[in-house]
Design a protein around this ligand. Structure first.
Ligand SMILES: [Zn+2]
Length: 189
């Protein structure tokens, strides 16, 4: 039987109300927590990705990178948004967390950029016979767009559906809308 998975990109405190907040992320992630409470049973698998940076990661502006320091592993800012964490705790299916950005010298917007994790996520999707993936998370114009672009190199674009309501962007959604229209990816508002 074919099954549906939910892929949540980087629902971490720093991107919501920490050092690198995305406009609208508080409401989007609170709404996503409610969605998981109400619709979690439709998904046998929920995959959550997380930025998991070392202290002096190359993406930080203190190291010459483009971003404020964020999601340093084991920091409060790297933790999952508490209401969503609670919803995942209460969910009865399988939650699989995947980490990225662990190497000091390389950034990984998409979890597929991490070679070993990419193999792992693809194996899960195939073993669990997942044929549809609803994707959402933060930020739409960076890590979600990049995850989607990598994912459709391995899987058919019609396997994916963007949950736009739970995907806030720095740019208001402009870049992500371009990606979904270019590749004909379905969208749920
Ligand atoms: Zn990062």
């Amino acid at each position: 039987m074919s099954q549906k998975a939910l892929l949540i990109v980087d629902p971490q405190i720093d991107f919501i109300e920490g050092t690198l907040p995305v406009p609208g992320a508080v409401d989007a992630m609170n709404d996503l927590a409610k969605y998981v409470n109400e619709h979690g049973h439709e998904y046998p698998l929920i995959i959550v990705t997380a930025d998991h940076h070392p202290l002096h990661h190359c993406s930080f502006n203190t190291q010459g990178g483009p971003w404020a320091e964020h999601c340093i592993r084991n920091s409060v800012g790297a933790a999952f948004w508490p209401p969503l964490f609670q919803a995942l705790h209460d969910y009865r299916g399988y939650v699989h967390t995947l980490y990225k950005g662990q190497s000091v010298h390389r950034d990984e917007y998409s979890v597929f950029k991490n070679p070993s994790v990419s193999v792992e996520i693809r194996a899960y999707i195939r073993e669990m016979n997942i044929s549809k993936i609803d994707i959402c998370g933060i930020a739409g114009d960076f890590c979600v767009s990049d995850t989607l672009l990598d994912a459709i190199r391995y899987f058919s674009p019609d396997m994916f559906n963007l949950l736009r309501r739970f995907t806030p962007s720095f740019d208001g959604g402009h870049h992500l809308d371009g990606v979904v229209s270019r590749y004909n990816i379905s969208v749920t508002d």
